[in-house]
Design a protein around this ligand. Structure first.
Ligand code: ADP
Length: 401
């Protein structure tokens, strides 16, 4: 066994690995795609080399091939000291990361009904790693866990009580590892402790969510029962009137077709008719493509409305924080969003907004802005590695518990 920590993130047809040393510095990462399909492929980032996979490789075969490739390249000398798995849905069972044993696996399986596209593939990764490294402690880190502190007024829908009691219909929230990381990093940048720092954290990637964090704790968030609710996303609609299901069924579109449309064909892609990629949309808009301009406009307006809404959950605001591929990189989205927030006294300094990393430690607001605005790169893999290391170490101290 060496002292590395392996982070495993299994998607339906993909697999991302990240390898950290014992100081939590990233050594390498790897990506396998098109799993269970023809043309499965894998690459290691350290030397940008490809790794041969069997035809129609599954998650277990890809994991085995990539771990061998790490060993062949001297990146791992033995089995890792701990393995951390990203798990999407922990329901109300998991308020924090958990060492994986049979009970944990059964509980994750139980939560699969709430995340049928995600939890089963996360479990496939867990089972594969248990087969490959049976003696290595493994830890599940849940996207939902950080939001288990939401008060009932934020997590309950105004539906008949039995929907919650009998079927668990409530807002769970996602992207918890990223929002938790924002809470820590923002506190550090502001020279405060997380327990006294209140922020609005906007995670804008292909999936987008926003969270109100009061004194380090999640108190409100935009995603709901599933990661479909809330902001406009790459291919997801975010909020729509639920009556759309009944209305479209009267037009011959079944509930499952509508569900698929809301998840896969909507958001930036649906509005623009072109792409879910914000960078491409900005280029298209600059060249006069009106639907792309509208897609960006709807995206930013919805985001600004949610930022306004999140202030209702906070007693004070120490900073508005942008993260994720769009949040970290799109000065245009940040600027267009901030334009809707003048009433809140939020103002961005244009040069800092364009060049934040270079001079400002992430701060992009004007000196007159009522609230600081920060751009902070997210690092969900690091959070998972730290949690895996922490729980594996605790296991050595207390092997029974
Ligand atoms: P995921 O949720 O899949 O992890 P990311 O966090 O990588 O996604 O975010 C992907 C989004 O970030 C895409 O819409 C991409 O266009 C956008 N993005 C990345 N770089 C830029 C950039 N320089 N300008 C605008 N958008 C960007």
């Amino acid at each position: 066994m060496d002292d590395s920590i392996l982070v495993v993130n299994c998607g339906s047809s993909s697999l991302k690995l990240a390898l950290f040393d014992h100081d939590h510095q990233k050594i390498a990462s790897a990506l396998a795609e098109r799993l269970n399909q023809s043309g499965a492929l894998a690459r290691i980032s350290a030397d940008d080399s490809s790794v041969p996979l069997p035809a129609r490789a599954n998650h277990e075969q890809a994991l085995a091939a990539l771990i061998n490739a790490f060993k062949d390249r001297g990146l791992m000398t033995g089995e890792p000291a701990a393995i951390g798995h990203r798990v999407v849905h922990g329901g109300e069972t998991f308020r924090e990361a958990s060492l994986i044993d049979d009970e944990t696996i059964a509980a994750i399986e139980h939560c699969s009904a709430l995340a049928p596209l995600h939890n089963p593939v996360n479990l496939a990764g867990i089972r594969a790693m248990k087969a490959l490294c049976p003696d290595v402690p493994q830890v599940a880190v849940f996207d939902t866990a950080y939001h288990q502190t939401l008060p009932p007024r934020a997590f309950r829908y105004a539906l008949p009580e039995h929907c919650y009691r009998d079927w668990g219909v409530r807002r769970y929230g996602f992207h918890g590892t990223s929002h938790a990381f924002m809470a820590q990093q923002a506190a550090r940048l502001l020279g405060k402790t997380p327990a006294t720092t209140s922020i609005i954290s906007a995670h804008l990637g292909n999936g987008c969510s926003i969270t109100a964090i009061r004194d380090g704790i999640s108190v409100d968030t935009s995603m709901g029962l599933t990661p479909l609710e809330g902001l406009v996303m790459g291919t997801r609609s975010g909020d729509v009137d639920p009556s759309v299901f009944d209305y479209l069924s009267s037009r011959g579109v079944s509930a499952s077709e509508t569900h698929k449309m809301l998840n896969n064909d909507s958001g930036l892609l649906g509005l623009s008719g072109q792409t879910n990629d914000m960078r491409t949309l900005c280029d298209l808009a600059d060249h006069g493509h009106e639907p792309s301009r509208l897609a960006i406009d709807v995206f930013c307006f919805r985001l600004a409305r949610y930022i306004g809404a999140m202030t209702a959950s906070l007693g004070q605001l120490d900073a508005l924080v942008f993260t994720g591929g769009i949040g970290e990189n799109s000065a245009r989205v940040r600027q267009e969003t901030a334009r809707h927030l003048r009433l809140l006294g939020i103002e961005l300094e244009p040069d800092l907004n364009r060049n934040h990393g270079r001079w400002s430690d992430g701060r992009i607001n004007t000196a007159d802005s009522r609230y600081p605005v920060l751009v902070i790169p997210t690092n969900e893999e690091l959070v998972i590695a730290r949690e895996a290391d922490r729980l594996a170490a605790a296991r050595h101290v207390n092997p029974d518990g």
